[in-house]
Design a protein around this ligand. Sequence first.
Ligand code: ADE
Length: 230
Amino acid sequence: MLEIDILAVVPELLEGPFSHSILHRAEEKGLLKVRVTDLRTFGRGAYKQIDDYAFGGGAGMVLQPEPLADAILQMQGDRSYDEIIYLTPDGPTFNQSTANQLSLKARLLLICGHYKGIDERIREKYVTREISIGDYVLSGGELAAAVVVDAIGRLIPGVLSDETSALMDSFQDDLLAPPVYTRPAEWEGMKVPEVLLSGHAAKIEEWRYEQSIERTKNRRPDLLRKDEEA
Ligand code: ADE
């Protein structure tokens, strides 16, 4: 069972992703629990303020430390987290290896930033890991959190009906997945590779491996180099 809390500024953005998909089934099976908490409920004053201007000037607001700390402390009071993760474009880039590691944890807290980000002191005091989902800037961390939860959630044993299928994904062994085909065996004059129809398991395995290597060489040679360096 993996429990994930998400501290969000726009919780509405997270209503969709987890109520359909495979992750919904995972929740129904009791393998995953995702809770979304609205940072605004920890805001100050009549307007429930959570952000303020950046010291030193410049455009954009910064999430204040007090509401974030109050939220984190309250959530930590309810359960202890293995990791407190801040979604931010200046973090290390998320990949399959990080997803594998996180899928083995029991409790995670994901913090979504907004505007110019969160006060640096919260990162220093509470955050144990930072994650970027790519070299581009989103308007907030919520969609990044959804990506991370989806990638982690499907790796929890029992979530995918065929447990081996996650192991066959692209990137699990630093190779891209081979091409796949389904019926009909011939479509618009294009035929499915003969070997896949042969029923010869070892040959099929070999073909898939070769295709994976070929595809990775052509599309992501950096992954093969990474392998050589390791
Ligand atoms: N917040 C804004 N942009 C982001 C990104 N690329 N990854 C993670 N969190 C973000």
